[in-house]
Ligand binder design. Sequence first.
Ligand SMILES: *[C@@H]1O[C@H](CO)[C@@H](O)[C@H](O)[C@H]1NC(C)=O
Ligand SMILES: *[C@@H]1O[C@H](CO)[C@@H](O)[C@H](O)[C@H]1NC(C)=O
Ligand SMILES: *[C@@H]1O[C@H](CO)[C@@H](O)[C@H](O)[C@H]1NC(C)=O
Length: 179
Amino acid sequence: MAAAAHFVFLVLLLLAVAATTQPASAATAKEKETHIKVYWHDVVAGPNPTAVQVAHAATTNTSKSFFGAVVVIDDALTDGPSLNGSKLMGRAQGTYISAGKDSVALLMNMNFVFTAGKYNGSAVAIMGRNEVFTAVREMAVVGGTGVFRWARGYAQARTHTFDLKSGDATVEYNVYIRH
Ligand SMILES: *[C@@H]1O[C@H](CO)[C@@H](O)[C@H](O)[C@H]1NC(C)=O
Ligand SMILES: *[C@@H]1O[C@H](CO)[C@@H](O)[C@H](O)[C@H]1NC(C)=O
Ligand SMILES: *[C@@H]1O[C@H](CO)[C@@H](O)[C@H](O)[C@H]1NC(C)=O
């Protein structure tokens, strides 16, 4: 009796140890790093804008940094720099807020939603500071869905073209994701 009870206790103990150690080691063994390069197209002008200002402060129009503007985006993400000539890989959906009082520094809050290629159906959430006249801006990848569950990482943005007249911009995004 005592030996049987002892054996049962030992089995339960081993099961408990296995339950607490296995998921962690399995997660680290399977983790990989993915690099995605896409071009992000902010179309503010014309009849079919993909970036629309939805709010601003009374002082936004007189602010050199557009401080207080809130813009909702559904911007195309393509594999090349041409909006018309490249393959559509997905959409950048979210908001950016002009959060810099003295410099054009946006708070980006967006999902990169992939609709083509091997990441079709998956998304990553990007949040960070985007001082748009700086050569390279770095933002955080704070999570993901689909193949990007448990994601973390960073994104680097470089302006490809910016039309001062219309305000339209094309930005190269390199996203590095561990998932
Ligand atoms: C700011 O400018 C926009 C158009 O550029 C206009 O719609 C809006 O009424 C202006 N707001 C103020 C507070 O002047
Ligand atoms: C893209 O297509 C639109 C309308 O289809 C056109 O007005 C525009 O000139 C094109 N842009 C380029 C760079 O080809
Ligand atoms: C992406 O996935 C959806 C849903 O599975 C599918 O309907 C669509 O055809 C796919 N798109 C591409 C470009 O593969």
